[in-house]
Design a protein. Sequence first.
Length: 162
Amino acid sequence: MTTAAMATYTKYWNFAMLVASKLNDSTFFTGYPDSFGYASGLNDHSVYPVLSYTDFKKIPIPVEYLDDTIDLDLKDVDSTLTQASWSPPTKSQTCLIFFSVAPEVEYGYTTIKPTYANFTTVVGVLLGGALSIPGVTDPVIVNSLSNSDAQSVVRKLLDSLP
């Protein structure tokens, strides 16, 4: 991975962590970061540990597993989310914030669903000029990775809860 790519990825990772911080300020936050195509070392994408925000924020950027050949086909992401679960199981409100930096409009003719069995609310976030997340309507468009952008994501998520 090039130095420039690493710097860009770090900016996006830090923004996702900022969103988590803002979400923790507004709610009782538990969760887990997943990076699907960007890093293989974070998770098996099928069983997500329920981490407190204190533990969540300690997860470092997965530098040793970064991959700059991202697969934009969402079929693996969608099929995995369909089967994904939390460990331990939770009866609380579950959400997925899907950040995309993909420049293409199409993702192998697959979409992200607006809800999954273990993610009852899905919110999309477009970063770095990403054009769309197929299946996700009305995503948050982020331009500056600022505190106000992070707060916009949190507001969208909280407003989307049933």
